[in-house]
Design a protein around this ligand. Structure first.
Ligand SMILES: Nc1ncnc2c1ncn2[C@@H]1O[C@H](COP(=O)(O)OP(=O)(O)OP(=O)(O)O)[C@@H](O)[C@H]1O
Length: 350
C-alpha cells in the first residue's frame, strides 16, 4: 500500500464525489503495459488532481512518470482502470472527443518540441491553425501570448536563435494557445540551468495563480517540487509509493524513495551527538519557522542547545525550518514543552 498523507479537503471531496464539478484529472486503478514488453509501465495507479492545484510527479528513471502524463491526454490508453479528465473517461472517446479534450490539456516537454523551420510566432500559432482560426485572430492571440510569457518582440526569430529558457517559453505559449485548463509538463526544466529553471518555475507559478491553470509537473528534481508544487505523487517501479501535500512529504517523507529524493536536495552528514544530550528534530512552518525560537527557549529555560543539522527554506505553502537539536544541561523538560507548543517534535533518543 502506498503511504498516504492526509489529503487537503478539496481532494477528499473529489474522491468522495461530494464535489459538484468533477476534478480535472482522476486515475482509478490504472495499469498500462506497452505492447511487446514483459512488465507493466504503470500498475494500479489511483490519484486525483484538484482544480487549480500544481501536482508534481517524481520518481527514479523508468518509474512510469511519463506514462502517467501520456495517459492524461490520451497518447496512451489504460489496459485496466479508468483515467477521467473533467469527469470524462478518456478511453472510448471518439477522435473528435479526443481532439476536443486536447484543446483543454496543453503539454510542454524537456526537448521543447518546436519546429525549427518555423518562426516563434508560427510555432505558437500552430494549434490555432489546426483549429482554422482566422489570420487576424491568430495574430492577436500570438501577440498576447508572446507578452504573457515574456517574449515580446521575438515573434520573428527562429528557435535556433533562442536560449533554452526562451525556447521553453515558446513551448509554454504554444501550449496555452487553445486556452487549456490543464498544463502537463514532462521534465520541462530538466534541460535548463538552475537560474533559468527558477525563471520558468516563476512563470508557471504566475500562470497557475492568474489563470487558475491546473498543472501536472513530471520531474526528477525535488527542488522543482519544493519550489512549485502543492501536491506530490511519488512513483517507483510503476506504482505510487507515497502521495499527499508537498509540505507533508517534503518534511516527513516515509517511503525510502521519497526520503532519498528529499535528502538529495541537501546532501550532507549531521554533526555527531554530544554525549548525554537529548536529540530531537523540530519542524516549524509559517511564522514559527521565522521566530527566534532557540535563543528564546534557551534564555527562558536555561537549557543548552546545539544545532546538529538543519534545513530552512520556502515551500509553495510557506516557510519551513527543520532543525536537529541536542538539548543538554538543566531545563530539558520545560524546553521540550516550549518547543512542542510551536513545533512538531520527533524525539530521537539520548
Ligand atoms: N513506447 C514504449 N514502448 C515500450 N516500453 C516503454 C515505452 N515507453 C516507456 N516504456 C517503458 O515503460 C517504463 C516506464 O517508462 P516511463 O517513460 O513512463 O518512465 P519515467 O518515470 O518517465 O522515466 P524517465 O524519468 O527515465 O523518463 C519503462 O520501463 C520504459 O522502458
Amino acid at each position: 500500500m502506498p503511504h498516504t498523507h492526509p489529503p487537503d479537503p478539496a481532494i477528499s471531496s473529489a474522491i468522495s464525489g461530494a464535489e459538484a464539478t468533477p476534478p480535472p484529472v482522476a486515475f482509478a486503478g490504472v495499469s498500462r503495459r506497452y505492447p511487446g514488453t514483459a512488465r507493466a509501465a504503470v500498475t494500479d495507479i489511483s490519484f486525483v488532481v484538484s482544480p487549480g492545484r500544481i501536482c508534481g510527479i517524481i520518481g527514479p528513471s523508468g518509474a512510469g512518470k511519463s506514462t502517467v502524463v501520456r495517459l492524461v491526454n490520451g497518447l496512451e490508453q489504460p489496459d485496466q482502470g479508468r483515467v477521467s479528465v473533467f469527469g470524462q473517461a478518456i478511453d472510448g472517446l471518439t477522435p473528435e472527443g479526443l481532439r476536443h479534450l486536447r484543446r483543454r490539456v496543453g503539454m510542454i516537454f524537456q526537448s521543447f518540441g518546436l519546429l525549427s523551420s518555423a518562426t516563434v510566432a508560427e510555432n505558437i500559432a500552430l494549434p490555432l491553425r489546426l483549429l482554422q482560426r482566422s489570420g487576424e485572430d491568430r495574430r492577436l492571440r500570438v501577440a498576447h501570448l508572446l507578452d504573457r510569457v515574456g517574449l515580446t518582440g521575438l515573434g520573428d526569430r527562429y528557435p535556433a536563435q533562442l536560449s533554452g529558457g526562451q525556447k521553453q517559453r515558446v513551448g509554454i505559449a504554444r501550449a496555452l494557445a487553445t486556452d487549456p485548463e490543464i498544463l502537463l509538463c514532462d521534465e520541462a526544466t530538466s534541460a535548463l540551468d538552475p537560474e533559468t529553471t527558477r525563471s520558468i518555475l516563476r512563470l508557471l507559478d504566475s500562470l497557475n495563480r492568474e489563470l487558475g491553470l491546473t498543472i501536472i509537473m513530471v520531474t526528477h528534481q525535488m527542488e522543482v517540487i519544493r519550489d512549485l508544487c502543492d501536491d506530490l505523487v511519488v512513483m517507483d517501479d510503476g506504482r505510487i509509493v507515497e502521495h499527499g501535500e508537498v509540505r507533508d512529504l517534503f518534511l516527513f517523507p516515509r517511503h525510502a524513495v521519497t526520503r532519498r529524493m528529499v535528502a538529495e536536495t541537501d546532501p550532507h552528514q549531521p554533526l555527531q551527538t554530544p554525549p548525554g544530550a537529548q536529540v530531537v528534530r523540530a519542524t516549524m512552518t509559517g511564522e514559527a519557522a521565522r521566530a527566534p525560537l532557540l535563543a528564546t527557549i534557551a534564555r527562558q529555560t536555561g537549557v543548552d542547545i546545539s544545532l546538529l543539522d538543519g534545513r530552512v527554506g520556502r515551500l509553495r505553502s510557506g516557510d519551513y525550518s527543520q532543525l536537529l537539536l541536542a538539548l543538554s544541561g538543566e531545563g530539558i523538560a520545560p524546553a521540550l514543552a516550549a518547543l512542542e507548543a510551536v513545533a512538531t517534535i520527533e524525539r530521537l533518543g539520548q
